[in-house]
Design a protein around this ligand. Structure first.
Ligand SMILES: [Fe+2]
Ligand SMILES: [Fe+2]
Length: 271
């Protein structure tokens, strides 16, 4: 059984909430996860100061492996020259040199794919062909892994409360490719609301074979929650084994000064 603490959109900068960030650290202690996943938008404006804070924060997780991926806010929006010619400079300097990464923990392999396209599709993202080759290669090298997890910032399926425009272009094709590669689970962020869905919502034939669980975290520590999570903060704790993925959403409650569990959702059973 693998325990994953999945957050996203910590947004160091103006919208960041330090008290909630402290609550998230407390949750790390409490849950003692095997892996922490932060699915992009570490900063608000990709500034050096924000990245310094993000890096210092990541160091506070201690020994637990942290899987990170860039979000659209992790490249400059207004510093156009930098966006065009060195969009990931600060991310690579302060967070991780590699933009696509692989992390193996226990029986699971996490492949984080950078879905941020600096020139077009800034809001809804892109995945390039060479990244799918990277994914295939990693899975080949880790063929003994029980669970295959993709981490990317942008959404491959819409949230249950609507917003078809919120998904990455070519999402159906990408989900087919992920199914061919036997991906079990996709972890995302970006929409600032947590939800659980699966690839069969946009590819009904996946229901018969190879349905992929898709789990998004709300904004872990920023004031930018949307829709039902306006002004709220939420993250997920996943318990994963070969047969079942159980997702427990945790919402931050001010009066509890911490994240508190909601009803778990069982999202997939290979039994
Ligand atoms: Fe965000
Ligand atoms: Fe985003």
């Amino acid at each position: 059984m693998l325990t994953v603490l999945h957050g996203s959109d910590v947004h160091f900068g103006k919208p960041h909430r330090p008290n909630v960030a402290a609550g998230f650290l407390k949750l790390v202690q409490q849950v003692s996860p095997d892996v922490v996943v932060l699915a992009g938008d570490l900063t608000q404006r990709a500034k050096v100061r924000e990245y310094e804070q993000a890096r210092a924060y990541l160091r506070e997780f201690g020994d637990v492996p942290v899987v990170v991926t860039p979000g659209n806010h992790d490249i400059p929006l207004y510093r156009v020259y930098e966006r065009l010619f060195a969009p990931f400079r600060n991310y690579q300097e302060f967070i991780c040199q590699e933009l696509d990464t692989a992390t193996q923990v226990g029986g699971a392999v996490f492949v984080a794919l950078n879905s941020v396209h600096p020139h077009r599709g800034l809001v809804n993202g892109r995945i390039a062909e060479h990244q799918l080759d990277f994914l295939a290669r990693i899975f080949q090298e880790t063929s003994g892994a029980d669970v295959r997890i993709v981490v990317m910032h942008h959404a491959l399926a819409p949230p249950p409360d609507g917003g078809l425009d919120a998904v990455i272009p070519r999402n159906r094709d990408l989900l087919d490719r992920f199914r061919e590669l036997e991906v079990d689970l996709i972890l995302g962020g970006h929409l600032h609301r947590g939800f659980v869905t699966s690839s069969s919502e946009v590819r009904p034939d996946h229901r018969d074979r190879g349905d992929i669980a898709i789990v998004h975290s709300g904004t872990a520590t920023s004031s930018r929650g949307r829709a039902a999570e306006k002004g709220e903060n939420s993250v997920n704790v996943l318990k994963i084994d070969r047969k079942v993925i159980e997702v427990t959403p945790y919402w931050y409650l001010e009066h509890m000064t911490g994240f508190v569990a909601r009803e778990p959702i069982r999202v997939r059973s290979g039994a």
